[in-house]
Write a protein that binds this ligand. Structure first.
Ligand code: TXE
Length: 495
């Protein structure tokens, strides 16, 4: 298959950027960026290439004292950053986006190796391009004051000001892009930001921050690398005013608990288990590629990926076999190889989760249509693109978030039943409905318990369209005007 369709759709992002004609110079720039983020005083930790398992660089392991120092510096820098005003901050964010564009190939190579996603397809180049696009959109978006009452006697306006210092805690699946989702609106509104990347993928995020910091004033944006204890300290720090978190539901709950101490405002983008419902009138061949990339973008390691697919009995076998064919065809392998569009799992823990869930599905009657086993010939963390048919709710592969390349396809005969099953889990990030009849699809969509419901696609995000979960997938919106409100405090001016 030659032209994978990016599931994250953004007109400003070119998902199929041409191969770099100056591969050698990008590799040199990559080395220079990795050098910049290396621990200064020894120590730190080796980070491995997810595909080859070779060491690609060394990341700092910073202490709680260093984190405290970072928060103190960010706090000291915040008033002057806010005082710069919207226009000047926007100018600097646009300049940062230009810097990212200039280093895009080197950043893409780092994230490809560290995270595993291939350069091509909706992969590492797409991620680097997305970082610039989200920064530009945040720079261009305006949060206007709102006149809430103006009746001749009372004039009351709602204005939005910076919250203060934002703690940004990120995951390992789209490490740079999700960091920018947190950073861009926060900076735009006049906050300073302390970023704690995932311990699995610190290099790409620190490299990205170093590029953005080429244009920002000192201490406005500070990265601190380390493990869970550092995340816990950042979330509970008395001088953190807002926490932006993307990660697991379990950690999200801990952050909610710690917010009882510092009263930090929270945006929590937690795990998902997105359902897709294929209605009987859908055309299996026409939707197969959209379904495939909805599920397998970033080799399934995407928060709002399609993770369980409900297909009407009348077209069930056609959809299953179309997906099975794609799963066999789409090239998987080392990300720097221009041929590949699927990669490895990022870490052993996630590899073990996927293996366990597929094995369990097989024991519970699941029919493996494609894949179903590790792809050891490609490397330690590769798992074949897997389609499992004839499973039902109650099987762990359906009920738990697999976060990897294994899609369960569930048969239904009554759409009411499919809706009930889609709504039956705690997760509520995304969902999708697939049909030739848009109005019928919209009626089903409105009954699904999810922050976003896509029709005839799954997982596309856009920097102006609000994105966030309901139920166990967290709360708070990112992107667009709503995203700016989430990193601001409202103030009423009455009079
Ligand atoms: O997440 P964690 P992990 C899901 C996916 C995966 C599971 C676990 O199902 O299997 O989560 O992944 C920091 N206070 N998603 O272990 O632990 C941590 O250092 C504050 C879905 O990576 O939640 C890291 O920076 N922070 C998700 C970040 O939280 C803490 C993407 C995420 O780590 C902390 C990734 C604490 N007490 C995994 N403990 C999505 N929605 O996209 C850890 N951290």
């Amino acid at each position: 298959m030659s032209d994978p369709t990016p599931a994250l759709t953004d007109p400003a992002v070119d998902g199929d950027a041409p191969a770099d004609a100056t591969g050698a110079s990008s590799a040199q720039e990559e080395d220079a960026l990795l050098d910049r983020v290396r621990p200064v005083a020894g120590g730190g930790r080796d980070i491995k290439d997810a595909a080859t398992r070779q060491v690609i660089g060394r990341a700092p392991e910073q202490s709680v004292a260093e984190l405290d120092d970072a928060v103190a510096r960010a706090k000291a820098a915040q008033p002057a950053w806010e005082a710069l005003g919207h226009e000047e901050r926007s100018r600097l964010l646009l300049a940062a986006a230009d810097r990212i564009d200039a280093s895009a190939e080197a950043l893409a190579r780092i994230v490809s190796r560290e995270q595993g996603k291939p350069l091509n397809g909706p992969g590492a180049r797409f991620e680097a391009g997305g970082c610039a696009a989200w920064l530009r959109t945040a720079a261009a978006t305006v949060l206007e004051p709102e006149v809430v009452v103006d009746d001749g006697e009372v004039h009351a306006e709602l204005i939005y000001k910076a919250v203060g210092v934002v703690g940004a805690i990120g995951p390992w699946n789209w490490p740079m892009l999700i960091a920018v989702w947190q950073i861009a609106p926060a900076l735009r509104m006049g906050n300073t930001v302390v970023v704690k990347p995932s311990e699995y993928t610190p290099l790409s995020v620190l490299a990205l921050l170093s590029v953005i910091n080429e244009v920002l004033p000192a201490d406005v944006l500070i990265g601190v690398a380390g493990g869970r204890e550092l995340g816990a300290r950042l979330a509970s720090h008395p001088d953190i005013d807002k926490v932006m978190f993307t990660g697991s539901t379990a950690t999200g709950r801990k952050i909610i608990e710690s917010s009882a101490g510092n009263l930090a405002r929270l945006t929590l983008e937690l795990g998902g288990n997105d359902a897709g419902i294929v209605l009987p009138d859908a055309d299996p061949q026409a939707i197969a590629e959209g379904l495939f990339w909805g599920a397998f973008i970033n080799t399934g390691q995407t928060c709002a990926a399609l993770k369980r697919l409900y297909v009407h009995d009348s077209i069930y076998e056609d959809v299953v076999s179309a997906l099975g064919q794609l799963a066999e065809q789409v090239p998987m392998g080392v990300g720097l190889d221009e041929e590949n569009v699927l990669g490895p799992l990022q870490n052993e823990q996630q590899f073990d989760i996927v293996s366990r869930l597929v094995e369990d599905a097989k024991r519970n009657g699941g029919r493996v249509v494609a894949g179903g086993s590790p792809a050891a010939e490609l490397g330690e963390l590769f798992y074949r693109t897997t389609i499992v048919a004839d499973v039902a709710d109650g099987v762990a592969l359906v009920d738990e978030e697999q976060f990897g390349p294994a899609l369960p396809v569930i048969r239904y005969s009554d759409v009411e039943d499919a809706i009930a099953r889609a709504n039956g889990l705690e997760a509520g990030l995304g969902a999708s409905v697939w049909s030739s009849d848009r109005d019928a699809a919209r009626k089903v969509a409105q009954r699904l318990q999810a922050g976003t419901v896509w029709i005839n696609s799954h997982g596309g995000v856009h920097p102006m369209i609000p994105f966030g979960g309901v139920k166990g997938s967290g709360y708070g919106l990112e992107f667009g005007v709503e995203g700016l409100k989430a990193v601001a405090v409202p103030q009423v001016i009455n009079g």
